[in-house]
Ligand binder design. Structure first.
Ligand code: SPD
Length: 390
């Protein structure tokens, strides 16, 4: 009975309240307190405690603002040194404690450095822009670095013959240009005519021996010591015609020290631009020999004992931004393995057939590779004997 009464009272109280309710503005909602996190600021790269990065690269191989831009964005201070050839980099790495966090070996040459345990594996999870790389290009590097564990592409190009067109034509005196441009620097009947205006070779065994071996019909990266005798004999015949062995090729070409050179495609193009900019009349031209140019792919790697590996990975990620890949082609004349960069490359660079090769010239390229440790002694001895003229 009591229960029924309480229930009736309660129902009538609700009804009464409903009937007698005045229209009043709803109160403003009280501020909602929540435990949800505020929207996250974009995650920055993981950096090492010490904000320093030591890079060891080839000369004239980075855009003007790349380092300053990275420093500004991350607060990491970059120390940047250069080496002249793969042999110099190799000696530094083998000695240990190089102090470098990123070095730039040529992939084929660097294979023995991977095999020797000189590099750490790359933590790709810390390089989101790795996704910008062209899988087909990466497959080529995987030939020397299975699984792409150690090498991240920097740029690529090819070793070839460059000329100062006007000087070479004059020196040849009506003799037609050879079909295979390697003849200019390897065949006595041409080299002898060009010695007056100057033949320049890159100064490094691993640059000269592959192209010399290929020229005499042997594998560019032969492991057979007998093949080196033939290449050495060919080189000996033109030794007296070589004016200079150069580690400063851009300056030497632009400074007029020679008229025919064995050099790198991008560097010859840089020298050509420099001559034009300074009002020079002569044309510097990288040639596309029917005998093929020798492909190289330069890559970033982190030495085993690097002190700032996270800063190195942060730089790699920065470098792999599409706009930075495009800048390497636009400013440095070297193509990139960064697929996302392609739409940002200037038409005049894309249209330069000595930077972005035609299918025909691509098919003629001598594939990238490297000599093993076992044959390195023969490579160096053959080169040194040639250089000394013995
Ligand atoms: N301006 C420097 C270009 C560096 C090219 N590296 C070439 C390696 C060829 N073996």
């Amino acid at each position: 009975m009591m229960k029924k009464h309480v229930l009736a009272l309660a129902i009538s109280a609700v009804l009464l309240a409903a009937c007698g309710k005045k229209e009043e503005p709803a109160p403003a909602p009280a501020p909602v307190e929540t435990t949800a996190a505020a929207p996250a600021a974009p995650a920055g790269p993981v950096l090492d405690d010490e904000k320093v990065l030591n890079i060891y690269n080839w000369p004239d191989y980075i855009t003007e603002t790349m380092i300053a831009d990275f420093e500004k964005e991350t607060g990491v201070k970059v120390n940047y040194d250069t080496f002249e050839n793969n042999e110099a980099l190799h000696a530094k790495l083998v000695a240990g404690n190089s102090g470098y966090d990123i070095v730039i070996p040529t992939a084929g040459f660097g294979k023995k450095q991977i095999d020797g345990g000189l590099y750490q594996e790359i933590d790709k999870t810390k390089i989101p822009n790795y996704a910008n790389l062209d899988p087909e290009f990466m497959a080529k590097i995987a030939g020397v670095d299975p699984g792409n564990k150690h090498f991240v592409p920097w740029a690529w190009g090819f070793t070839t013959v460059g000329i100062n067109k006007q000087k070479v034509e004059k020196a040849l005196g009506g003799m037609p240009m050879p079909e295979n441009a390697w003849d200019l620097v390897f065949k006595p009947e041409y080299a002898n005519k060009l010695k007056g205006c100057g033949i320049i070779y890159l100064d490094s065994p691993s640059e000269i021996l592959p192209v010399a071996l290929h020229y005499v019909g042997k594998p560019a990266y032969s492991e057979n010591p007998e093949d080196f005798k033939e290449a050495g004999a060919m080189l000996a015949k033109v030794r007296k015609d070589v004016r200079l062995f150069s580690s400063t090729m851009i300056d030497d070409i632009a400074g007029g020290k020679g008229c025919a050179f064995i050099g790198w495609s991008g560097d010859i193009n840089i020298a050509a631009d420099r001559v034009k900019e300074t009002g020079g009349k002569d044309e510097i031209v990288p040639l596309l020999p029917t005998g093929g140019g020798l492909v190289f792919i330069d890559t970033m790697a982190i030495p085993k004992d690097a002190k700032h590996p996270n800063n190195a990975l942060a730089f790699m990620d920065f470098y792999l931004r599409a706009e930075n890949g495009a800048a390497m082609a636009n400013e440095m004349n070297y193509p990139t393995g960064n697929k996302a960069a392609l739409p940002m490359i200037k038409d005049e660079v894309k249209g330069n057939k000595t930077i972005f090769l035609s299918d025909e010239d691509t098919a003629r390229l001598i594939p990238t590779g490297g000599f093993s440790n076992e044959v390195s002694g023969v490579v160096n001895d053959t080169y040194n004997a040639f250089k000394r003229g013995k």
